[in-house]
Design a protein. Structure first.
Ligand code: A2P
Length: 279
C-alpha cells in the first residue's frame, strides 16, 4: 500500500481502517485479523469508540510487527484541557497495549457557541499533544473536525502545526473550504465516513461512474479521496468489503470525471457539525 508523508516526514499508509461503532470484541478481533491479512496496516480508533482494549489485544496477538503498524487514537470532548488530555492519552496507550501511538488527534474542537473560552480550551489541549509529541510517545499529532475558524486561532498559538485534520469527506459532502485551507497549510486531510456511511451507494451519478469504470461505488469514493490527496478511512467488518476497499490500484478516474465528481453538490452530510454539536 502507498503512503502519504506528513510534514515531519512520518509515513502514513494511504488507506486506514475505520473502527467507529465496532464495539463487540469478537467482531473487532475478526475484522482486524481479516484486515491485517489483506494488507491493512493503518488502524483508526478513538477513546470514545470503546474498542481500544479489544484492538490492543488483537494487535498484540496478531503476529504483525508493531513498527509496521500505524495506530491513531483521539482525545474525547470530556477530556479537553492539558492534564486531562495527557491522562486520556496514557489510557489509550495502555488499552492499546503499546508504548507509543503513531498519531493522536483532538476529536472535536470545543464548540464556539457553547464555550466562551473555546479557543483557549483548544489551545490547552493542543499544548498537551505538543508535549506528548516532544516526549516521543506519539509520532505525529493533529486535529479532527476542525474548520478554518477553529484552525486559524490554533495556528497562531501552536508551536507545532497540526499534521492532520480528520473530517467527514465523501462525494456527498466535500468541505472544499476546509480541505483547501488544510492544503495551504500542509495539513493532511483524512476522510471519516468516505462512503457517507453507505449513503453514497444509491446516488445515480456515482452508480453511473462506477459502472463506467467497472468498479463499485465504494471503490469510486475511495479512489476519489486519494486522487484529491485525501486519506480515506473506510469502515467495514466484512472481509470481502475490506478487500474491495483497498483493491483500487487497477483504475484511475479521469480528470474529466474527477472534475464532474468534484462539482457534485449532493448535500448529504451526516449532520454532525462542529459548533452545532458538542457531544
Ligand atoms: P459493513 O461493516 O457491514 O461492511 P463509512 O466508511 O463511510 O462510514 O461507511 C461504512 C458503512 O458502509 C458500513 O455500514 C459498512 O458496512 C458499509 N461498507 C463498507 N465498505 C463497503 C463496501 N465496499 N460495499 C458496501 N458497503 C460497504
Amino acid at each position: 500500500m502507498d503512503n502519504f508523508i506528513l510534514t515531519n516526514n512520518v509515513s502514513i499508509p494511504c488507506i486506514g481502517l475505520g473502527t467507529w461503532e465496532n464495539r463487540d470484541e469478537n467482531t473487532v478481533t475478526n475484522t482486524l485479523l481479516a484486515a491485517l491479512n489483506l494488507g491493512y496496516r493503518h488502524i483508526d480508533t478513538a477513546s470514545v469508540y470503546s474498542n481500544e482494549m479489544f484492538i490492543g489485544k488483537a494487535l498484540k496477538n496478531c503476529g504483525v510487527d508493531r513498527k509496521s503498524l500505524f495506530i491513531t487514537s483521539k482525545v474525547w470532548n470530556n477530556n479537553r484541557g492539558y492534564s486531562k488530555t495527557i491522562k486520556s492519552f496514557e489510557k489509550s496507550l495502555n488499552d492499546l497495549q503499546t508504548d507509543y501511538l503513531d498519531l493522536f488527534l483532538i476529536h472535536w474542537p470545543a464548540s464556539v457557541t457553547k464555550y466562551d473560552n473555546w479557543a483557549e480550551l483548544n489551545a490547552e489541549t493542543w499544548h498537551a499533544l505538543e508535549d506528548l509529541y516532544k516526549s516521543g510517545k506519539v509520532k505525529a499529532i493533529g486535529v479532527s473536525n476542525f474548520w478554518q475558524h477553529h484552525l486559524e486561532p490554533l495556528l497562531k498559538v501552536a508551536n507545532i502545526c497540526p499534521m492532520v485534520n480528520q473530517i467527514e469527506y465523501h462525494p456527498g459532502y466535500q468541505q472544499q473550504n476546509v480541505v483547501n485551507f488544510c492544503k495551504q497549510n500542509n495539513i493532511l486531510v483524512e476522510a471519516w465516513s468516505p462512503l457517507g456511511r453507505g449513503k453514497m451507494f444509491n446516488i445515480p451519478e456515482l452508480i453511473q461512474i462506477a459502472e463506467k469504470y467497472r468498479v463499485t461505488v465504494a471503490q469510486i469514493c475511495i479512489k476519489w479521496c486519494l486522487q484529491n490527496g485525501v486519506l480515506p478511512l473506510p469502515k467495514s467488518t466484512k472481509p470481502e468489503r475490506l478487500q474491495q476497499n483497498i483493491d483500487i490500484d487497477n483504475f484511475t478516474i479521469s480528470d474529466e470525471d474527477m472534475n464532474y465528481l468534484n462539482s457534485l453538490d449532493l448535500g448529504s452530510s451526516s449532520g454532525q457539525y462542529p459548533d452545532e454539536v458538542d457531544f
